[in-house]
Every structure is written in structure tokens, then in C-alpha cells.
Design a protein around this ligand. Structure first.
Ligand SMILES: [Mg+2]
Length: 277
């Protein structure tokens, strides 16, 4: 008989890597939507909120490229641009217009999501390191980080899409966090995010991947707007969001960061039993 032996990390959780908008700050992931809509409007190809949200979580130039590749937007663009499809130069120009708009909006959406500050404090009290990563570029983070810190949330390190060769769904940002915080194994790391590409980033990095369904892009509404909806509509929005992140392969899906504690407990127990992500 032949056997194959597997080596497993059985230590504690070392690092939790949080996405920013929709996960730790900016309930509903509102800030990027307005900036994308404005740029496309001023380029004679207006887009809807739903369209603006579809590629969310990606690096922002990739996000613009993905929007222009959507059939409805591609048709609308060529209709107002002499029958021509958008070029790489057009994408560069749109990104250049997007950047200052996004930077200007970001500090107004830096409020920590309910439970963020308490959850991060609880994780730190167990010796767990905290990383932040994002589809935002460095200039956007330079606007967001001091505004979030002033409101009580500051991760130990922050990695941006523009710091690595490729953003989500690639594993680069999550791996860079693990390296910088000297994690003993990717299995000791948990990635938490609000979009499908956040989940894929964590899985591609070999980490535990946790989706936040209600506070982020999947429901896509500020807290007060969501809570003003009829209960049945809220229930349907939440269920759809949970389902999408679960189908992306998330190990766990929770409403928001406030519910992360029991998930970290569960992962800790699974690691101790020799389970891998
Ligand atoms: Mg996000």
C-alpha cells in the first residue's frame, strides 16, 4: 500500500486582512460609486449605480476597463465617440479624471462600520495582527487612512492595489500583508471582504476567506437607507448578498465585521484540528 502525508499548520490565527470600503469603513461602499458615475457622465456615456458596482473590489483602472467592456456601456460609448470602441488611452484618461474625484470624496466616507473598532480591539487583545488592503490606489489611501484613524480605525499595515503587480482577484495584496506581518503560514491568515473578488483574493492566497454581505457592495446601501426599507425587501437583499459571496467560495459569510468574533473562534478550532483553508 502507498500513502501520502500532509503537513498542516495547527497554530493560532496570526493575521486578519480586512478590505476597506464596505468592510471596515464606508457602510454600503458608497464612495467609489459616485466617482465612477461622474466620470462616465462627463464622458457622454452615463452609467447606472448597478453597473458602477458590478466590478467593485478591483483595482480602479481595472474597474474602469471592466465597465467599458460591459456590452451596454461599450455600445453607448461607441455611439458618442464616432463609432469607436474605447482604447487603452481612453482608459488612462478616464482614470486620470477619476483619481482626483475619488480622492475628494473619500474622507466623507471614512466612518468605521458598526462593530469595526470593537472587533479589531478584540482581535488585537488576542495578539492577532491587523492588515488593511484595498482596490484603492495609494493617493486614495492617503486621503482615507488619516480620516479613518481620526475616527478610531487604523490597521497595523495597509497595502494598496498600486503596491503590487496585480490587484484582485489575484493573491498579491493578501500575500504582501502576510509577508509584511511575518505570518507563519497563509493558513494562519484570514481575509475579510465585501466583494466576490475579495473572496477570490483570499482563496487564491491559500487563506481563510470571509465575506461581509450586508455592510458592503453586495447590498450597496448606507445603513439608514437599508433600515428604512420594508423588512421583506431587506431580507431579500441580505439573502441575495449572502448567496453571492457563499457561491464565490467564502468559508464563512457574515452580515458585517461586528459578527467576525465567532468566525475567528471557529477557524481557530479548525486549525487546531489540522484543518486547512
Ligand atoms: Mg470593499
Amino acid at each position: 500500500m502507498s500513502f501520502q502525508y500532509h503537513r498542516r499548520y495547527t497554530g493560532p490565527v496570526h493575521t486578519v486582512i480586512f478590505d476597506w470600503a464596505g468592510t471596515t469603513v464606508d457602510y454600503g461602499c458608497v464612495a467609489p460609486v459616485a466617482a465612477f458615475m461622474r466620470v462616465f457622465e462627463q464622458n457622454q456615456a452615463p452609467i447606472t449605480v448597478a453597473e458602477a458596482r458590478l466590478p467593485m473590489g478591483a483595482e480602479k483602472r481595472d474597474h474602469i476597463k471592466a465597465l467599458l467592456a460591459m456590452p451596454r456601456i461599450a455600445t453607448a460609448w461607441s455611439a458618442t465617440h464616432g463609432g469607436e470602441a474605447a482604447t487603452e488611452a481612453d482608459i488612462d484618461r478616464l482614470y486620470a479624471e477619476f483619481l482626483p474625484l475619488q480622492v475628494a470624496i473619500i474622507p466623507d466616507h471614512a466612518e468605521p462600520i458598526p462593530g469595526c473598532i470593537e472587533t479589531v480591539a478584540a482581535l488585537r487583545s488576542r495578539g492577532i495582527r491587523i492588515a488593511g488592503n484595498t482596490g484603492y490606489a495609494r493617493p486614495m489611501m492617503e486621503a482615507l487612512m488619516p480620516a479613518a484613524a481620526a475616527r478610531g480605525y487604523a490597521p497595523d499595515i495597509a497595502i494598496c492595489a498600486s503596491d503590487v503587480p496585480a490587484g484582485r482577484p489575484g493573491p498579491g495584496m493578501a500575500l504582501a500583508c502576510a509577508i509584511q506581518l511575518a505570518a507563519p503560514s497563509v493558513a494562519a491568515c484570514i481575509k475579510v471582504g465585501d466583494t466576490v473578488v475579495d473572496i477570490e483574493e483570499g482563496l487564491n492566497a491559500g487563506m481563510w476567506s470571509v465575506g461581509v454581505a450586508v455592510t458592503g457592495n453586495e447590498v450597496g446601501l448606507p445603513k439608514a437607507t437599508l433600515e428604512a426599507l420594508p423588512a421583506e425587501q431587506q431580507r431579500r437583499l441580505k439573502a441575495t448578498a449572502h448567496d453571492r459571496l457563499a457561491r464565490a467560495g467564502a468559508h464563512y459569510v457574515i452580515d458585517g465585521i461586528a459578527d467576525l468574533g465567532p468566525v475567528v473562534e471557529a477557524i481557530t478550532a479548525r486549525l487546531a484540528r489540522g484543518e486547512a483553508p
